[in-house]
Design a protein around this ligand. Sequence first.
Ligand code: CP
Ligand code: NVA
Length: 304
Amino acid sequence: MKKDLISISAKSTKEIEEIFALTDKLKKDKDKYSKVLSGKTIALIFQKPSNRTRVSFEVGMYQLGGNSFYLAPNEISLGVRESVKDVAKTLSRYVDGIVLRTFEHKNILDLAKFADVPVINGLSDFSHPCQALADVYTIKEKLKVSKGVTLAYVGDGNNVCNSLLYTCAKIGLNMNVGAPKGYEPDRSVLKESKSIAKSKKAFISLFNNPYEAVKGVDVIYTDVWTSMGQEKEAKVRKKIFKEFQVNKNLIGLANKNVLIMHCLPAHRGEEITDEVIDSKNSVVFDQAENRMHVQKAILIKLLK
Ligand code: CP
Ligand code: NVA
């Protein structure tokens, strides 16, 4: 049966650990894997802009000996020019895998349902699993451990936050979410990830106060207050999230060597200050680099 990467909720701890183990190998011995996907091609269907996701998948696929091509929003016009089903069925005749970046998560579920080849979620309004895998991999790489580590996610309970909740829970990392009232992560994700974390002897806690969320933590993570597609709400959100800015005062409450993370792109001066994102504690570009290494592992696991 073909395998997909739609949400971390469908991945077991063992599968995640296998992706991380393969990522280690890919980072150590890049050349060994230079032909592993030779003759394979992936399509990248993007309905939103991207830097990291598009480039890391394209370069990653190239480094594995395979091919990729990018389909911009108005080329396929998913669901407008043609139904998701017909796109899935047609592309399955040409390519070996499809990465989709879209608005409605249902588009990814439908594409995966009708495609005969693996489908990878390259971000939806609901989740961003490739990001969260690279994030948790980066934390393990930097801190060498995962048990007893606490990550505080400060800001909007969005797609990135939802995927981090599942991934932290499955790996046994503790996670605090500090989000304003009304902007908390998806309720069912929170419930499910809390119970998974508990089974791993870890915890997930929700705060509406950013200062409480970061007290004594090892990692502080933030993302934009206004995600792609929410641009009309930007002005209102700037006011609501003001207290949730990751700045020097806030990080002063965390552990001394706290890691600063951001999925990028960052709106510098909004959710994070220049001083913090450019500080020695910031690992944002190592995190961005790891997107490519982790995705190479994902591609091998799904396509080979
Ligand atoms: N973090 C991330 O997914 O970046 P892009 O939107 O640039 O792909
Ligand atoms: N939450 C952001 C993540 C971008 C990588 C967005 O969806 O725009």
